[in-house]
Structure formats: structure tokens, C-alpha cells
Write a protein that binds this ligand. Structure first.
Ligand code: 3NM
Length: 515
């Protein structure tokens, strides 16, 4: 397929109603061009025709000088009057075929689409590119259809990837400095990605439109670290790096911000301290920005629907951390257990990227949209390992994450490589919060593994499970009650052993590469 001639990376759509006081639309557009926008659409819904043409002429001078196209929203007469490079039309405006007849074969015609059915028609009618949205609720335009989220972009892109003609697509609707990176990179499907983002308020209403444009363009063009996957991993190469990660946890003393259910709070804090990390528990949104600015920090969201407005709380937290490219771990506790949690998981994943998603089989199946038997927060089914690996792998690929599926055998998958880990002890199932605190350990190891999230998961699970085996083997341990403090001791001893250059305990690791 032929790639587009037009660069759709950063598409500015104007709205003079949003220009800050003391400046003009022309001045904002010029600064945005200086900051790197690659395409401009003049969208003036209330301007009189003469005024529209006047402003279109003056902005066309700027775009011509910069060598970028100017498109006119809806008004073909204005586009013809100033000989603009094209138009953008909505579903309720003039149809593409008539617009083509009036404008000729060389002008760009873009169309707004929301669903795959509209995409099919737009492509048949010969639209040159698609504006896909609204991605999220926006106050800039009264959109009539529900926002489609990242899941909606993926549906459109999957469809576009199956077509013989390359049809560029940009996303619109609350795409801004908070959302742009995830919108562009999290929506990637096999064989296709967005060509760019279309932005109104994030640039037009900005105090510094050049800086906003520059940052947005960077988010579109530069893939974040979580888009790269190490190929051909071997168990021995990964395990060889585990002691360094655990030593680094102790030397860095990373700040682990736990948003965690009440049952697990105290145990998680003790586990963090035992491995050398520094725990903090905060559900106070105004301090998330400060906390996520501390060097060597990361976030655990352990889904606990007991709080009011929990989705907002989680989104504020994950935005703060992932916006600064800090590690985030999501533990979708009881994901399929209630309607509220199912809706919550979808809402989270339509916006947020997590470095690691950790859950038991039922939780991971539910997050992946697969049916699984769930009772409360426990998993019941006995699915073959190959099927479990399929689900973990597919979810990891789709969400650009590392999936940890816990159980008697733990699976770790980055979508390409899947390891199975067979350490642990049945007492872990007899104490409360043993799964929750693992999420907290994974935050610490993710910080210390310096962007190698797969390694972080192997390090965290291995030290935890071998610590459990060694704790259970202590003569003083008679059951779950005496097991819990012994587990803390072993976590402390094994991580300290790594600092002292002794990683012989890792000989007990039972890890196998499944794929
Ligand atoms: N079209 P902002 S949403 C102009 O869904 C427009 O087709 C949309 O503004 C669509 O970037 C939208 O300020 C407004 O959220 C986008």
C-alpha cells in the first residue's frame, strides 16, 4: 500500500472561540506552525462568509509559506474561493462524491467517522483521509455519539488494515498532552497505526502553542519504551539479570505508591520494606503530581471498587505516573466479579497504559474479554496451560504490556515470549493479600529493571515464590500464621544476599520458556 503524501502527524483544527485573551487566531496558528504542526484545518462554525474568507486567506499565506496544507471545514465555497488544498466534512455535511465533483480530483477530502460502518462508506466514496472520533468526551464540540476510546480506534485501524487502498486516519476528541501518547501508540494493531492526531484546544487554547505543538509532535513520532519488545529471550539470560535487579531495589530504595485495598495495606507496606523499597499509600489526587515527580517512583493500582468515584481516582494516578514514563502496575482484582468492575476495567484500558497487568487466571481472562468462571475474586477454572498462554500473550500484545497470570504455575508474557514459573507454596493461598503484595513488589522491580518490564516480572515473582518456599520450610513455621512473618524475613534475606553477591538461592528457580 502506498503511504500518504500528506504528513498527518499533527493536525491543527482551529476554533477562534478558544483563543486566549490578548492574542489572535492568526498569531496562535503561526506559533503552532512554528512548533511543527503538519496540517491546518480552519474550522469556524459561526463566522460570516466574508470574514471566513478573509481569515482563510491570511492563514493560507502562513501555511503556504510553511509548505503545509490548509483544509477548510465544511465550507466548500470558502475552500474554492481561496484555492485551499482541501476540505474536511462531517457525516451530516455534503457527501464525499458531490464534494469531489465540485473540487476536482486533486483536492484533499477528509471525513469524520465514528464507527466501522461509516468507515466502509467513507472509503467507498473516496475520502482521502478519516478523522476518527470522538476518542473521549470533549467540551470543544457537542458530539452526538458516545466516545469510542482506544478500543474504538483499534477497531477502525483493524478494518483499514484489511483494505487494498491505504486510507490515512487521524484521531480527534480530547487528544492532548495527557492522552496523545496512549492514543497513538496504544491503538496500534498488527499492520496499522494512526497517521496522526487532530487537536483543537490543546494547541489553540494553549498559552504557548509552539511548545504544545512540539511536545505533541514528539509524542506522536517517538515510540515510548513500552513499544519495544526484546526478541529471542532465553531463561538463562533473563535469570542472570535477576540478582542485579534485586540489588538495585535495595540501593535505589524506590518509592512504591500503592493504591491498594484495605485488607492488603499493612502487608504490602511490610513487603516493600522487606525488599528494600519505600512504600507510600495515597488516594489523594492533589498530591499525585508531586509523588510521581520523585525520582525512582512507580505506581500500583490494585482495583478496589469500595471507593467513590474510583475510576477517576485511578485515572488521575495512572496519568500522573505514565505521563512521566514511570512504571505502573495494574492488579484488576475481581475483574469479572461484578458489572461495576467489568465497566471499570474497560474504562481504564480505554485511556491508560500499564507496564504490567497482573492477575489470577479469572481476572486476566476477564480483562482480555474471555469468559472465565469467577466467584468473588477467586479463580475457579482449570484451563489448559496453552489456552492460558494464548490469552496472556494476546492481552500483552494488544495492551503493549507484560501480563502476569498467577496460579499454581505463573505465566509471564510480553506478547512474544512466554515463561512459565513453577515456584511458590500453598500457604500463599492461605493468607490474605498474597497476590496483592506481589503487585507492589513488581512496581519496585519494574523501577529497578530500568524499562525491562519482562525481567522485572521474572525477578519479582521468583524472589517472592522462592521466599515463600523457604519460609514454609522453616522449623518455626507451623501454618499460615507463622508463615507470614517468615515470608517477610526470607524476602529480606534473599534480596540482601543479592547485594552481598550471593544469588545461589536462585538455583531453586523453576522457570521454563513456553514460547
Ligand atoms: N470533531 P479538542 S471532536 C472538531 O468527533 C471535533 O469528529 C470531533 O476538540 C469529532 O481537541 C472535535 O479540543 C473537537 O478536544 C476536538
Amino acid at each position: 500500500m502506498v503511504p500518504p503524501k500528506v504528513d498527518y502527524s499533527l493536525y491543527l483544527v482551529t476554533d477562534s472561540g478558544l483563543v486566549p485573551p490578548g492574542t489572535t487566531l492568526e498569531a496562535q496558528v503561526q506559533k503552532a506552525i512554528d512548533g511543527g504542526v503538519t496540517l491546518v484545518q480552519l474550522r469556524e462554525k459561526t463566522a460570516e462568509t466574508a470574514d471566513f474568507i478573509a481569515i482563510a486567506k491570511s492563514i493560507h499565506e502562513m501555511t503556504k509559506k510553511a509548505g503545509i496544507p490548509l483544509l477548510i471545514n465544511d465550507r466548500l465555497d470558502v475552500a474554492l474561493a481561496i484555492d485551499a488544498e482541501g476540505v474536511h466534512i462531517g457525516q451530516e455535511d455534503i457527501d464525499v462524491a458531490t464534494a469531489r465533483k465540485l473540487l476536482g480530483p486533486d483536492k484533499i477530502i477528509g471525513l469524520s467517522v465514528n464507527y466501522v460502518s461509516e468507515v466502509t462508506k467513507a472509503v467507498e466514496d473516496g475520502a482521502d483521509y478519516l478523522g476518527v472520533g470522538a476518542i473521549y468526551d470533549t467540551s470543544t464540540k457537542a458530539v452526538k455519539k458516545p466516545p469510542i476510546g482506544i478500543a474504538g480506534i483499534r477497531k477502525v485501524l483493524s478494518y483499514l488494515s484489511s483494505l487494498p487502498r491505504y486510507v490515512p486516519a487521524v484521531a480527534i476528541g480530547s487528544v492532548n498532552l495527557t492522552t496523545a501518547r496512549n492514543v497513538v501508540h496504544l491503538s496500534v494493531v498488527p499492520g496499522r497505526r494512526l497517521d496522526g492526531i487532530a487537536v483543537v484546544s490543546a494547541i489553540i487554547a494553549a498559552e504557548d502553542p509552539a511548545a504544545a505543538a512540539e511536545q505533541l509532535l514528539h509524542m506522536v513520532k517517538d515510540a515510548p519504551y513500552w513499544m519495544s519488545i526484546v526478541p529471542n529471550r532465553s531463561v538463562s539470560a533473563v535469570v542472570a539479570n535477576v540478582p542485579a535487579v534485586l540489588s538495585r531495589v535495595r540501593s535505589m530504595s524506590p518509592l512504591v505508591h500503592n493504591i491498594i485495598n484495605r485488607v492488603a495495606t499493612n502487608f504490602a507496606a511490610n513487603v516493600d520494606l522487606a525488599i528494600g523499597a519505600s512504600p507510600i499509600m495515597s488516594e489523594n489526587i492533589p498530591e499525585f503530581d508531586d509523588l510521581s515527580s520523585i525520582p525512582n517512583c512507580g505506581l500500583l493500582i490494585n482495583m478496589n471498587s469500595a471507593t467513590d468515584d474510583w475510576i477517576n481516582l485511578y485515572q488521575a494516578a495512572v496519568n500522573a505516573y505514565s505521563g512521566k514514563l514511570r512504571p505502573t502496575v495494574y492488579d484488576p482484582v475481581g475483574a469479572g466479579a461484578t458489572e461495576l468492575r467489568k465497566v471499570g476495567v474497560k474504562a481504564m484500558l480505554n485511556r491508560a497504559h500499564f507496564d504490567i497487568i497482573k492477575g489470577n487466571e479469572g481476572e486476566i481472562f476477564s480483562v482480555a474479554g474471555e469468559i472465565s468462571q469467577m466467584r468473588g475474586v477467586d479463580s475457579l477454572s482449570n484451563t489448559p496451560i496453552e489456552k492460558r498462554a494464548d490469552v496472556a500473550e494476546a492481552l500483552a500484545s494488544k495492551e503493549k504490556t507484560i501480563v502476569v497470570m498467577t496460579g499454581p504455575e505463573d505465566l509471564i508474557s510480553d506478547g512474544v515470549t512466554t515463561f512459565v514459573l513453577r515456584n511458590g507454596h500453598r500457604y500463599l493461598a492461605d493468607i490474605t493479600a498474597s497476590g496483592c503484595v506481589l503487585g507492589s513488589i513488581l512496581v519496585a522491580t519494574a523501577i529497578a529493571a530500568l524499562e525491562d518490564r519482562f525481567l522485572a516480572c521474572v525477578a519479582g515473582l521468583t524472589v517472592y515464590n522462592i521466599a515463600a518456599e523457604r519460609a514454609a520450610a522453616q522449623p518455626s513455621v507451623r501454618g499460615p500464621g507463622t508463615f507470614t512473618p517468615a515470608l517477610l524475613d526470607e524476602l529480606y534475606l534473599l534480596t540482601n544476599a543479592c547485594v552481598n553477591g550471593d544469588s545461589s538461592w536462585l538455583d531453586a528457580a523453576k522457570i521454563e520458556k513456553l514460547r
